[in-house]
Each structure stands twice: as C-alpha cells, then as structure tokens.
Design a protein. Structure first.
Length: 357
C-alpha cells in the first residue's frame, strides 16, 4: 500500500586606464554608482522568501506584499516614498498605501476581541490594503449587527464580503483515511526521529485516535498529537508496515514528489488534492487569516480561491514540489465555487519537530 496525499494511493571592470587620472575617475564613478536592482523573482516561492527579507528591512514602513504571477513581479506595499525606494532597490515593485501593516493588524485584533462570531473570517488583503471580513449565510440578527458595528468603527480599514455558503471544517463520512466515523484526507508524509508519520487536519485527529486506509479496515496509524481550535493540525504515526513516499496523489495516474516545505504568498498559484474532489487549483488570496468556526477560532491560516468539499480536510496544498498547507475548512463547493483555508505546513513542522520526507 502506497501513501501519498490520500492513502488510497498506498501509495551578478574596472578596466585598467591608460593614465592614472582616468583610472581614478572610473573608480570614483563606480564607488558612487547605484547598484542594479535584484532580478525579478523566478517563482512565487522565491518571491515569498524575498518578501519576508524586505519586510524585515522596512520594519514599520512595511504594509504587506503580494506576487503578481502574470508579470512575475513581487509587489511590496509601503507607507512612504523613502521606504518605496528601499523596496525597489531590493528588487520589488513598490506601492505606497494608506494603512500600515500594524494598523491593519490592530483592526484584526479588534475584530477578534469584539466580533468573533461563528460563520465569519477575516484577513488582510494586500491588494486592497484592507482587512476583508467574510460573513457566511448563518450570520444573522444580533450577531450580524454586532459585526457590522465593529467593522464600521474601524473605518476604511475593513470591507465586508457576504458568502452564500457556510464556513465549516471539511470533514465527512466516506472512504480515504478513516478514524471512527470520520473521513479526512492525508496531507503530507513526514518523518520524526527517523520514524514515519503523516500530517492532517487537527479537527480530524480530534475525532479519532486510530486510522485506517479503508472504511472498517485495520489500523495503519495512530494520532500522536492534535491541535484544534487555535491551530488546525494533527500528526499521526504509522503503526503498520506501510509505504509512505513523499508525494501527492494527482488523481490522473501520476503523483507530485514533495521535497520541501515553503511559505505561501498572496497571488501564488496553488493546487489542492483531496479524497472527495481530487485535484483543484486556484490562487492564494490572503495570509494570516482568522476563521471563526462553530467549534472555535483558528488563526494564521492561508486563504485561497480553491474549492473543496467535506472529506477534503487535511489534504495537501502545494506548488510543484513544495508543501504549503493542510486543508482546514471553507465555504462553497466545487460546482459553484468557494474559498478555502489552510494550516501552514512550516509552522506544523516547527511545532512537531517533523520533516518532509
């Protein structure tokens, strides 16, 4: 049996001058020349790494960043022209915006303190320089009034977006990895202390200690630790002699090898694999999203335009050979469309001491 993203695969001259005075002039010009900007990032993964470094350099003048996949450009938001010059010198396209990252983060903190209503989510959208609040169809009456009042108090730092779906963890009954009556999807195979494990969603591992490859089948793995709400991940140890290659099932007879974990960036094109709806693609729309499920609040999630449905929970979010996230929840479906949220994989690896492989 071969385990991939789902166990059903059990699978950059100074020339020498002819006179000393000419040489000195060349040297002086070179010393004062402005160095060329760094080349455009070759990929979204490279853009995410550069964005993190530039953000650290800019400090309080930084207001978020995103990747323009069409133009292969990293766009960095700043609050003044001086910072814009620094961003350009570092190889990014700079955009001067009204709200600082700190101001938008404060808006998110206010929402969490005063309006953490189930059926809502929010995240900073660097393209609009606002915190976008998603409100699903279950939010009505007093809860909707409270949320609207708090959002209004934050002025133009926020925008409300209505969703016709229901924001929920995507767990279901059916086949794939089974734990009791819960069906989820395997995320990524990992190792820890030289032993084999896999990652999946924490709301899945909260449901069961043991896991099987088929409904009613024998145990192949056991939950070691589970985090939900707050975070949404679980790490599960293989207890049976089962193949566990580091790859994702593409549901077309092929697999995608996974070699590393990486940070996502807004604008990045990504794919998700899951046991209910198989492989779907979209782009990253926000980072550090907060989602208020009926079961509790989860922070720090990746938000995407990729669809998913119940049973896809825990499945992998990836770009090429890079692991990005674990499917947490969302709204909508793969017929009418929707949005989904993912627990970032680098954070999980750090917290569990595991490695991709």
């Amino acid at each position: 049996m071969k385990h991939t993203s789902v166990p059903t695969r059990q699978s950059v001259i100074i020339g020498t001058g002819v006179a000393a005075v000419i040489t000195a002039a060349f040297t002086l010009q070179s010393a004062h020349a402005t160095p060329p900007p760094a080349p455009d990032p070759s990929s979204a993964t490279a853009a995410a790494q550069r964005a993190k470094a530039i953000g650290t350099t800019l400090g309080a003048d930084h207001a978020g960043s995103y990747y323009d996949a069409t133009r292969h450009k990293l766009v960095v938001n700043v609050t003044n022209e001086k910072a814009a010059g620094k961003a350009r010198a570092a190889g990014a396209e700079a955009k001067v915006v009204k709200h600082s990252l700190a101001s938008l983060e404060q808006a998110q903190a206010t929402l969490k303190q005063k309006a953490a209503v189930p059926g809502t989510s929010w995240a900073m959208d660097p393209r609009t320089n606002k915190v976008v609040i998603v409100v699903d169809r279950t939010v009505k009456g007093a809860n909707l009034a409270k949320l609207t009042k708090v959002a209004s108090s934050l002025g133009d730092r926020t925008a409300i977006k209505k969703s016709t779906g229901t924001i929920q963890p995507l767990i279901a009954g059916g086949d794939a990895i089974w734990g009791g009556g819960a069906r989820c999807s395997l995320g990524f195979n990992v190792t820890k202390g030289g032993e084999a494990y896999f990652l999946t969603a924490g709301h899945c591992t909260n449901e069961s200690r043991t896991w099987a490859a088929t409904q009613g089948g024998g145990e192949i793995a056991a939950t070691e630790s589970s985090r939900f709400p707050g975070d949404d991940y679980g790490i599960v140890k293989f207890t049976a002699n089962t193949s566990h290659p580091s790859e994702v099932n593409l549901y077309n007879g092929g697999t995608q090898p996974i070699a590393r974990a990486g940070e996502a960036i807004v604008g990045q094109m990504v794919q998700r694999s899951g046991s209910t709806t198989q492989v779907h693609a979209g782009n990253v729309t926000a980072l550090n999203a907060t989602v208020n499920y009926q079961q509790g609040t989860v922070d720090g999630l990746i938000q995407t335009s990729v669809c998913a449905e119940p049973g896809d929970s825990g499945g992998p979010l990836f770009e090429g050979d890079t692991a990005l996230g674990l499917t947490s929840g969302g709204s909508g479906n793969c017929s009418s469309g929707g949005e989904t949220f993912y627990q970032p994989v680098p954070e999980v690896l750090e917290k569990t001491g595991a490695q991709i492989g």
